[in-house]
Design a protein around this ligand. Structure first.
Ligand SMILES: NC(=O)c1ccc[n+]([C@@H]2O[C@H](COP(=O)([O-])OP(=O)(O)OC[C@H]3O[C@@H](n4cnc5c(N)ncnc54)[C@H](OP(=O)(O)O)[C@@H]3O)[C@@H](O)[C@H]2O)c1
Length: 287
């Protein structure tokens, strides 16, 4: 797979999002493990997770533990796989998502993630979502501490606006390497953050790049231009969508979710799909 860069680390240009394998509607563990193994076979070396990818209150970190198990049972070399997890979001078990960006919580959360992932250093740790009760710089400063103590190798943020990206870059003394925001054919309002990341040379990881769990399959029905290009090229509209965002900037690294080997195998071929200028313009103009 073509490579892109997060900080000083090369990863396949398309990653795997782990969320569908651990939240509502998740498959059994065997299918999840097969999906993660298929992703690695296909050249995926970035796997995105979070401590909050679980359903019940007593299974925090379900997805981190699943990924650790998949890596340990892969049977081949996984040393190039960068696992990117997050802290700062919580699921109390009633279906809701809450936030806690306090330094105390983040310091405790990273220690738990280290244990579940079975590592001494987390590859990429991302502050999941701003907490309106905590000054943004205070939450992000914890990432700096974690870099200094070696608990994390790389630091990123998620669900941030341009001001927060600039603030994080300042608080971390230039060590911010990634921003993970929602971006897809259906959701384009993170264009300013994508452009800022391009300007600053920071990786931009679109989340729900196909429109989200339960909607990704209908992407082609909603966006005819993606179906047209897909039909002309003999590929899925989903693969076209990923190729389109990859073509927007060399800092873009989409992380499509999957709960079946077939879907990640299809998505992983997006970096090889080179769009013509006319195709790109037609896709970029849709809304
Ligand atoms: N930072 C945040 O706040 C945040 C929020 C949401 C998500 N995320 C991250 O972003 C990742 C991606 O987002 P998402 O999972 O919500 O949504 P998504 O990637 O837009 O859609 C996921 C769904 O797309 C389907 N799919 C994947 N590739 C496909 C293909 N080539 N053709 C047809 N269908 C395909 C999968 O189906 P199957 O299940 O059938 O395989 C999967 O259920 C998450 O897994 C998570 O890691 C982060």
């Amino acid at each position: 797979m073509k490579q892109r860069t997060i900080g000083n680390v090369q990863v396949g240009a398309v990653g795997l999002g782990g969320m569908p394998m651990s939240i509502e509607g998740r498959p059994d563990e065997d299918r999840s493990i097969r999906t993660i193994h298929a992703a690695i076979d296909a050249g995926v070396t970035l796997i995105d997770t979070a401590d909050a990818y679980h359903i019940h209150a007593n299974e925090v970190g379900h997805n981190e533990a699943l990924i650790a198990k998949a890596l340990s049972t892969y049977g081949g070399d996984t040393s190039r796989v960068l696992v990117a997890t997050k802290g700062g979001h919580l699921r109390p078990g009633d279906g809701s998502w809450t936030v806690d960006g306090s330094p105390k919580h983040l310091r405790e959360a990273v220690d738990q993630s280290l244990k579940r992932l079975g590592v001494d250093t987390i590859g990429l740790y991302q502050f999941h979502r701003p907490d309106p009760r905590v000054p943004y710089g205070e939450s992000v400063a914890v990432l700096g501490e974690l870099l200094d103590t070696g608990k994390i190798r790389l630091a990123g943020i998620s669900n941030a606006n341009p001001d927060q990206i600039r603030e994080a870059q300042r608080v971390l003394g230039g060590r911010l390497v990634s921003v993970q925001n929602q971006f897809s054919p259906a959701f384009r309002s993170s264009e300013p953050e994508l452009r800022l990341c391009d300007e600053l040379g920071i990786a931009f990881l679109p989340w729900s790049p196909l429109g989200g769990i339960g909607r990704a399959g209908q992407l082609g029905d909603r966006f005819d231009a993606f179906t047209k290009v897909g039909s002309a090229r003999g590929v899925s509209p989903q693969r076209v969508a990923l190729a389109w965002m990859l073509a927007k900037s060399p800092v873009v690294i989409p992380i499509p979710g999957a709960s079946r080997p077939e879907t990640i195998i299809d998505s992983a071929q997006a970096p090889e799909l080179a769009l013509s200028a006319d195709e790109f313009a037609a896709l970029d103009a849709t809304s």
